[in-house]
Design a binder for this molecule. Structure first.
Ligand code: 7TS
Length: 415
């Protein structure tokens, strides 16, 4: 049953045993690295344990009872995923290892058969490396061009540049993140998709940072492809999801050949399996896909609107407090309605790794570095930033601890 009102964070925290952990010689853990990966509730851990303890079997093959149970549990997750993002059917949901593999699947399968010499693939300056490198590989191989939509100083995409790219007539694909993992910027994907479709160009959405944090509806958005990862939304590692509109998927050649993706194999030819299995060669990550089901149930029980509300509240609080700390440079939009729960910053000339080390001494886990977004780092003219990122179990008290530690670092470095 979906809950109502503000989140009962203390109750939620009870479901995450790891949050009780002490680190750095007895300090209470404050986990603020959720954009990298989130913690897992007991229900997810138990579900994986239950699979290995009670019905471990390969799927889609044998007729014995345990194989049927495993297949059913695996396919139940697919149904839940389809519903979670409002796909038309489970045929449109492909399991991969992570968002990176999902993005690469599109580049290798759809990209290789559709992108030709002198065509353009349009991405943005705020992309994660996983939505840059596959397109560099593809465009280099094909003699095609990779073009960027720039980002302005407030962290918003330069939509005028996007229009100019579209007007150049050679664009074959637009691939953009829904939410920046550094700036937090929520990209106006509806406008991007609409403008692109007016010219018959498909759009791939990197939903790795959006699907875990807000309601995402692929039909409403009308994206053609969307990639995301289970591990960033309470689920296990090793499970990625690729959504593709069925009419596009039907025309795509397979990504990897092997078991499970075939119907019949003869000496020199193969008939491929039905959708989506045609794109799932080899034994998949059965245990973790099954575990992901419990993560989706958990998020559904809370309701994605409430997840988003909680993060808006935390982000607003964090931005208000951090802007009061002397020497801080904050990146990304100031309006919390335009951003997710990711706060990237620098303070004086403290190297982010030094800051993260000081934070760690206080038991606080934040991320420092380029966040796999070096193109954006170049645009911001920095080599690295520090980043705090939030989820359903984080509290304002934890943000207070983070600000206190930041203040202490500032005093230590005499800023
Ligand atoms: N796209 C975005 C926007 C991401 O933030 C990430 C991971 C990926 C793709 C790749 O996801 P994966 O599951 O295939 O690794 N982002 C981060 C991060 O910000 N810190 O660690 C991983």
């Amino acid at each position: 049953m979906m809950q109502k009102g503000a989140l009962n964070v203390q109750k939620i925290r009870e479901d995450f045993p790891i949050l009780k952990r002490k680190v750095s010689g007895g300090k209470q853990l404050v986990y603020l690295d959720n954009a990298a990966t989130t913690q897992k509730p007991l229900a997810v851990i138990d579900s994986i344990h239950d699979y290995y303890m009670n019905y471990n079997s390969n799927i889609h093959r044998a007729v014995h009872q345990m194989a049927e149970e495993a297949t059913l549990a695996f396919e139940t997750t697919r149904e839940k995923v389809a519903k979670f993002v409002n796909a038309r059917s489970t045929e449109e949901i492909i399991f991969t290892r992570n968002a990176t593999e999902a993005l690469n699947l599109v580049a290798y399968s759809w990209g290789r058969s559709n992108v030709k010499k002198d065509d353009k693939v349009v991405i943005t300056e705020i992309e994660h490396h996983s939505n840059i490198v596959p397109w560099q590989i593809l465009t280099t191989e094909k003699g095609a061009k990779l073009e960027y939509i720039g980002v302005d100083d407030d962290g918003y995409l330069k939509m005028q540049e996007y229009k100019q790219h579209l007007d150049s007539n050679k664009v074959k694909l637009v691939s953009v993140t829904h939410m920046s993992n550094v700036l937090g910027t929520i990209v106006p994907v509806n406008d991007i998709i609409k403008m692109s479709h007016e010219r018959g160009i498909p759009v791939l959405i990197d939903g790795a940072q959006s699907v875990p944090h807000m309601q995402v509806d692929v039909q409403k958005m009308d994206c053609d492809f969307m990639a995301f990862s289970a591990h960033k939304m309470l689920g296990p590692t090793g499970v990625g999801i690729l959504y593709v509109k069925k009419e596009i998927l039907e025309k795509m050649p397979p990504f990897m050949g092997g078991g499970d993706m075939i119907k019949e194999v003869h000496k020199y030819e193969t008939r491929y399996n039905d959708l989506p299995y045609k794109f799932e060669g080899g034994t998949p990550n059965i245990a973790d896909v099954i575990g992901f089901s419990a993560a989706i149930d958990y998020l559904n029980d809370i309701g994605m609107d409430r997840v988003r509300e909680h993060e808006i509240e935390l982000t607003k609080y964090a931005i208000d407090r951090i802007t009061g700390v002397k020497g801080v440079t904050l990146y990304g939009p100031r309006n919390v309605n335009d951003r997710g729960g990711v706060v990237s910053f620098n303070i004086g000339d403290i190297h982010p790794h030094d800051l993260a080390t000081i934070m760690n001494d206080h038991g606080i886990a934040i991320r420092s570095g380029h966040h796999c977004a070096q193109v954006l780092m170049e645009r911001l003219d920095v080599s690295a930033t520090s980043r705090a990122s939030f989820y359903i179990y984080n509290t304002k008290e934890e943000i207070d601890k983070f600000i206190d530690a930041l203040d202490e670092a500032r005093r230590l470095f005499k800023i």
